[in-house]
Design a protein around this ligand. Sequence first.
Ligand code: GYE
Length: 324
Amino acid sequence: MKQKRALTIALATAAAGLTVFAVAQGLPKLAQKATYKVGFAQTESNNPWRLAQTKSMQDEAKRLGYQLVYTDAAGSAAKQVSDVDSMIAQKVDMIFLAPREEKPLAAAVKKARAAGIPVILLDRNVDQKLAKAGTDYVTFIGSDFVKEGQRVGQWLVKATKGKANIIQLEGTTGSSPANDRRTGFESAIKGQPGMKIIASQTGDFARDKGRQVMETLLQAHPEVNVVYAHNDEMAIGAIAALEAAGRKPGKDVMVLSIDGGREAVQLVIDGKINYVVECNPKFGPKAFETLKNYAAGKAVPVKIINPDREYTAQNAKALLATAY
Ligand code: GYE
């Protein structure tokens, strides 16, 4: 009852935009030690974003002299659930989890907690109705995906003066960035009668899937003049499909994406991508700092939001060297 009340207050505070701290009851403790054995359950390794994230985690673990138990779910939520099981069996001190999908991984979070292992969610979230920060897991570290989608939508409203035929390439079905980037974008263009999403389909955050989906959608919807891709990889795939069909990405079809890897930023310079909202994958330092704070008994916010930059034709050249 007490816990429920604390949670209600925490949620109300979150809605008011204030920083909310973990309600420590229910969460397993982490002892202060010179070194830790830490799990990192990665979701897949098929794009530069994932590779940069993994490297950042490995580099920081190495720097601190911690042992990192690394698994790669290779794009399967079921495998990721069993990866977490194996980390529990290996009695790691803490688990960093990048949950592929919101629902299936919520159960894995609860299982770890029941086994006395605290979990920190990295980059993707779980379904908030199934597992709660501060109770089931310590915190979520990542971007505000709703805001990312909103920023793309707001930029587009301005750039097109409210007129666009949009194809949306969605990320992995059931993942928090796909759900939220869609919600944010759609909310930003709502109320613009001249802006229509003429097709919306998943490209699973993957380059080749994005290309294939774009190829098919382009045949059905030649009137498209904007592609909004939930990540760079699908945007790059879509550019290939557009060029193969004799269209001019960035010119007669605007291309917008999220992530801001170096290849995409170069494409902004080349004029083939019009706008990118950054989503930075270098989580290592922040992730391990949070672990240490938690072990020290410091109050950890239930959400730690990374700031995101943006890339446009105006700033891409100057920022290229600092893109991941
Ligand atoms: O945008 C994408 C990756 O979860 C925020 O997943 C992450 C997304 C990122 O595969 O490229």
